[in-house]
Design a protein around this ligand. Sequence first.
Ligand code: SF4
Length: 466
Amino acid sequence: MTTALDFDAQLLRRYDKPGPRYTSYPSAPQFSTRFTDADFRRQVARSNQEPIPRHLSLYVHVPFCFSPCFYCSCNRIITRDLRRGAPYAERLVHEAEMVAPLFARDRDVVQLHFGGGTPNFLDAPALGGLVDSLGRFFHFSNARTRDFSIELDPRSVRDGDIEAYAAMGFNRASFGVQDFDRAVQLAINREQSIEETLRAIDACRAAGFRSVNVDLIYGLPRQTLAGFLHTLNTIVLARPDRIAVYGYAHMPEKFKAQRQIDERELPDAAERLALLQIAIERLSAAGYCYIGLDHFALPGDDLSVALAAGSLQRNFMGYTTHAESDLIGLGASSISHIGESYSQNYRELPEWESAVDQGRLPIARGLMLDEDDVIRADVIQQLMCRGTIDRARIEARHDIDFDAYFADSMARLLPLAADGLVSFDGSRIVATSRGRLMLRIIAMCFDRYLATQTSSEIRPRHSRAL
Ligand code: SF4
């Protein structure tokens, strides 16, 4: 697979249209309230009965944040009232207590991820108590390869926190940075110093964390090439194992906080691409491998190793080496992926709280994948994780004639092939060095649901591809 990137600004601009991020296929807008907790329980029972039941991943959502970043599109609640943390953590324990007995006890948890919001809104004793409870209800793997990760806001890391997280078993941390340029930070309401960020990264290293990730964003208001380059240079010197460079998706009609952003201060399409280009150039020059979509990693990082070995996977938490596991989401708005089903908890805190308090699984909606969904999910997973689709392999796994089954998709691919984004190599469809930045656009050719939607239906639901 090619890991090189060929940056063709004109072409990228032409293909830069809204579409799903494909952390799942079908994507979340297809989830429906017809999916109930009975469906969830049936899927879990079925997954326990597989000849070799899959390992488990746990995602725990902590929705609280101290202040609103204006670019944010996450499900979060802004509060400075720290007392809100304890009852939320107690309900998470209750939810885990209901969910865990449904799973066979010998299914190891190989991945635990705390996301948000701001997981470190909870203080270290509350987090520690929560991790202990999860460890009692589920069976945590002792393997060296287990990933216990936490998203951290460097602005609210307290003295001793990082050491406490390491003692709880966390071995990966992810820090939001976005841009160190002060003008940008003021425009997005996120003032964060270089010093506090680097101090938190250093503390993770000193505490023995296996991996540190840093998130940056391009396309923010007031962003300049010089300012963003300075941010990139600063981060590269800190040498995090992984760096994600997300494109800001301005969707103020969907995300209220974004209405605080002055649209006149946003970079135009050409400036956005120039920002992306310097990020790619700077990170490549610093020795980072391009993993796919927005992600870069050092050559020795597990993601780079998995990419080279063809074993990379993708799930709701992004790229991972553990996606062959069933994913259990805990907390408001979190998503589970069990067998051939997706389910999502209530997004709104009062609804999630009320379900947990009544002893009900807080499932709001979901989806049972049909046979066609499973085939297309496999195709899209291959594309997202390997940059290729092996037609022979899909035919063998799903007992189909690929070209006949995907006649419409192949027709939709032809203009992309003419533009050099994909090539056909024997039985494989390959995203070229030009096409690797547009994996989402290529994947959209295989998305049955998009094929029946107009662009005015797609736009409000999804961010642009670049
Ligand atoms: S970007 Fe992160 S820290 Fe900022 S409001 Fe959103 S979830 Fe909270």
